[in-house]
Ligand binder design. Structure first.
Ligand code: FES
Length: 79
């Protein structure tokens, strides 16, 4: 079997989860209780995540900053 295919099979969970959109109830910022649905609502006009818009509305990331430290794990799963 082709080595590239084997590598992809080995990473299948990662590849599938990387394109999966998050449920609206998933809490992104624990400090300010901001979930995915909140972010989608405020960013709906542009249909794209905008950090400044979300921060202005919800103060996301202005507490412990844990949500911002993990932004790469969730930002592409909002829209
Ligand atoms: S989890 Fe977002 S600021 Fe703490």
């Amino acid at each position: 079997m082709d080595k590239e295919i084997l590598n992809q099979i080995d990473r299948v969970d990662e590849l599938i989860s990387s394109t999966e959109k998050l449920d609206g109830e998933v809490l992104i910022c624990e400090c300010f209780c901001v979930n995915v649905a909140d972010i989608r609502d405020v960013c709906r006009p542009s249909q794209a995540f905008d950090l400044k818009t979300v921060q202005d509305k919800f103060n996301l990331g202005q507490g412990c900053q844990g949500c911002l430290k993990e932004i790469d794990t969730w930002v592409n799963k909002i829209f």
